[in-house]
Design a protein around this ligand. Sequence first.
Ligand code: AMP
Length: 308
Amino acid sequence: MGKLVIVGTVAFDAIETPFGKTDKILGGAATFIGLAASQFKVDSTVVSVVGGDFPQEYLDLLSDRNIDISGIEIVKDGKTFFWSGKYHNDMNSRDTLVTELNTLADFNPIVPDTYKDAEVVMLGNLHPSVQMSVLNQMDKKPKLVVLDTMNFWMDSALDELLETIKHIDVITINDEEARQLTGEYSLVVAARKIHEMGPKYVVIKKGEHGALLFHDDNIFYAPALPLEEVFDPTGAGDTFAGGFSGFLARTNNFSFENMKQAVIYGSALASFCVEKFGTQRMVNLKADEVKKRLKQFQDLTQFEIKLT
Ligand code: AMP
């Protein structure tokens, strides 16, 4: 089993969906990634920053799941990153209403010494220079570096993002963002262009339409599980990334074949995330529920066909 370094936001989110509205609740890319990866019982750390307004019980929630939190800086007189979003009726698209960087604005990440030899680094969504700084602190080149990002950083820090992308192995990005990054509508062409920017593997997430994994000329597709009720999609992409990187850290095998499995694990975990508001579903998720859902994925996609 390998060690996993996770960097990303630990945040307050306020969410509005057709089903309801929340006040500030626990959110953040690194929170969702950490919770998903904890399903694999990997040795992980979260590198992030919060303000003095961040409740201790939220930090405990992470450490109770054996996530090392010594890399979460607490700025006593600062405020925690805050994001607010509103989903459209189709639940597949959303508008960002507020992004307050707060303590994130001048955050200098510090990777705990005991994790500088980690095999896997998951660069969750935040400023690409912070992602790069985490990578630069590693003692040796990690076996796998995965990066997730979003349109916010393409709009505000594109040069830094393009620089960071040169140094990673896998990018996870949604379809709209892949199109924005490359200016290409076809996701196949977009993936090829992203390959040329650096990453050997490109994962394009398509919300309720599943995820595509590209490597050279190979493409693998994993559907999303058709669910009766999608309550809140927030964090689904990060949960996918946490499942993907957590599984790869657990198995310490970075072949294309194993990455296909990682995509399935990521998709299965993301299918739970959307069932309740915020982190609620992930916090209470049990291993046997995950196992059952993996079986559903298998039944959904396996078929035999006679090719004559
Ligand atoms: P997802 O739904 O997977 O795209 O991720 C939603 C999470 O990303 C929320 O919990 C937010 O706190 C966090 N988030 C939103 N905007 C940003 C941003 N610009 N940088 C980092 N994290 C963000």
